[in-house]
Design a protein around this ligand. Structure first.
Ligand SMILES: Cc1cc2nc3c(=O)[nH]c(=O)nc-3n(C[C@H](O)[C@H](O)[C@H](O)COP(=O)(O)O)c2cc1C
Length: 187
């Protein structure tokens, strides 16, 4: 199964990097697959450790893809690293092995520590819409305008019926990027 998470890593100088990543989950083990070039990959290669944050505030996902990367953090417990303040839970992981690949290496990780911080409050369709739209804008240059528009129109249905303030804010950030892209393609 693939879980959509926020991965926090640090470089050797202790600078934290925050990135949404789809993590392959197998029991207590995770596979992280960053596309090159990737700061997350560089940081894992340098320090070997990182944090997988389970987070239902979709503004972090949309924010990272739209240039808003300054999210509140707190220290991790067992590694030198940072945890998202808004994470419902997190796992601190260490890279056990790497499968090299020119495009998308696989980082096989083992869990060192897991902690819960707040209850999971159920699924929300607007959160799904924001996640899908965030993935869409990471691929804008690869997709025809018609496909972008039809996907956005579909995702708007769940958003309109179920969004709260966080989801609406995140959606607006994404739509700004989509609208700019449409203007650039049409001119
Ligand atoms: C829900 C979601 C899942 C993503 N999963 C991945 C992933 O598995 N691998 C990846 O390289 N980028 C993924 N991305 C895109 C990255 O978050 C984004 O490109 C980021 O800048 C990664 O590069 P970095 O490590 O240099 O920050 C995902 C984005 C979203 C919104």
């Amino acid at each position: 199964m693939i879980q959509e998470t926020i991965v926090t890593t640090q470089n050797g100088e202790g600078i934290t990097h925050i990135a949404p990543m789809g993590i392959h989950v197998k029991g207590d083990s995770f596979i992280i697959l960053p596309f090159r070039p990737s700061t997350t990959l560089n940081n894992f290669l340098e320090t070997k450790v990182g944090v997988i944050n389970y987070c239902d505030d979709v503004r972090v996902f949309a924010g990272c893809l739209t240039g808003r990367k300054d999210w509140p953090l707190k220290p991790a417990q067992e590694i030198s690293g940072k945890v998202l303040d808004c994470a419902l839970a997190h796992s601190e992981v260490i890279v056990a092995s790497i499968e090299e690949d020119e495009t998308r290496p696989k980082l096989f990780c083992k869990t060192l520590h897991t902690a819960n911080h707040a209850p999971f409050k159920g699924f929300n369709r607007a959160q799904f819409s924001v996640l899908e739209a965030a993935i869409l804008i990471s691929r804008l240059d690869m997709l025809p305008l018609q496909k972008i528009e039809s996907e956005i129109n579909y995702l708007r249905i769940g958003l309109g019926k179920t969004a709260g303030e966080r989801e609406l804010e995140a959606w607006a950030w994404i739509m700004e990027v989509v609208d700019n892209h449409k203007r650039n393609v049409k001119t």
